[in-house]
Design a protein around this ligand. Structure first.
Ligand code: F6R
Length: 248
């Protein structure tokens, strides 16, 4: 499994942002769209900041970019400060020239009955634009990618899932207490992520060292969904020194 270790999160983030920017420019030259799978959370914040800088200071255009976010809490109103819609607007979309009709984020406002059709359609939309060129991932301390918690099947698609207790604890601060964290989310599946032409998993901080060791060196198991990535030929782990600390 290819693992790259950087001195700090900043340098790692710059390298990921540059790869995304290169893909966008390459596709522009071919008059094609770049299809990006995006993550939220603390991990990709500096990647998005650098993409914003590249737009504002170096003229990188996102006119040919189509995005699909991994997940959204359920239920969740898009205008809530905890929504991933809000996160993406604040960290990226409000500061670049992307066409908002090219932005896709799972809809936290659907009724339970509407969710299966929405999820199938999310998969179809990804396929209809040629699939994800690049998917960026963080990793949760449960080993989740997207919100594919322990127990997730390797061929899972976009669906409604129940969040692990540890995931809700880790989100408690954002919500002012664990009891305010939604118990569910809509997430791309492991199977959805696997279809991406390129997958980049990023992790920083000592808090991630133990789960990174399991993900990279552990036995492949649904108990640590990120271990499935060992089966992919298109994946790369981008780590800072702290997250890589337990690797042998
Ligand atoms: C977010 C997502 C999650 C996070 C993971 C790590 O869209 O899908 O898998 O990437 O929970 O979160 P942070 O980066 O906040 O440590």
């Amino acid at each position: 499994l290819p693992v790259s270790i950087f001195k700090n999160p900043k340098e790692a983030s710059l390298s990921v942002a540059n790869r995304i920017a290169s893909l966008i420019k390459e596709k522009q030259q071919q008059n094609q769209n770049a299809v990006l799978g995006l993550a939220t959370g603390a991990t990709p914040v500096a990647v998005y900041a650098e993409l914003v800088r590249l737009h504002q200071e170096e003229g990188l255009s996102f006119k040919n970019v189509i995005t699909f976010n991994l997940d959204e809490y359920y239920p969740m109103q898009p205008n809530s400060v905890q929504s991933y819609v809000h996160f993406m607007n604040e960290n990226l979309f409000n500061h670049i020239d992307i066409d908002k009709s090219n932005v896709h984020i799972p809809d936290g406002t659907l009724s339970l009955e509407e969710i299966p059709a929405f999820c199938l359609n999310y998969e179809k939309k990804i396929e209809s634009v040629g699939g994800l060129d690049i998917q960026i991932l963080g990793i949760g301390r449960t080993g989740h990618i997207g919100f594919n918690e322990p127990g997730s099947a390797p061929n899972s698609g976009t669906r409604l899932v129940t969040l692990d207790d540890l995931t809700r604890r880790d989100a408690a601060r954002d919500f002012g207490g664990k009891s305010n964290v939604p118990t569910k989310a809509i997430t791309m599946g492991i199977g959805t992520i696997f279809k991406a032409k390129e997958i980049i998993l990023m992790a920083w901080n000592r808090k991630k060292a133990a789960i990174i060791k399991k993900a990279v060196e552990g036995e492949i198991s649904s108990e640590v969904p990120a271990t499935y990535l060992q089966l992919s030929e298109n994946v790369e782990f981008i780590l800072d020194q702290d997250a890589a600390l337990d690797l042998t």
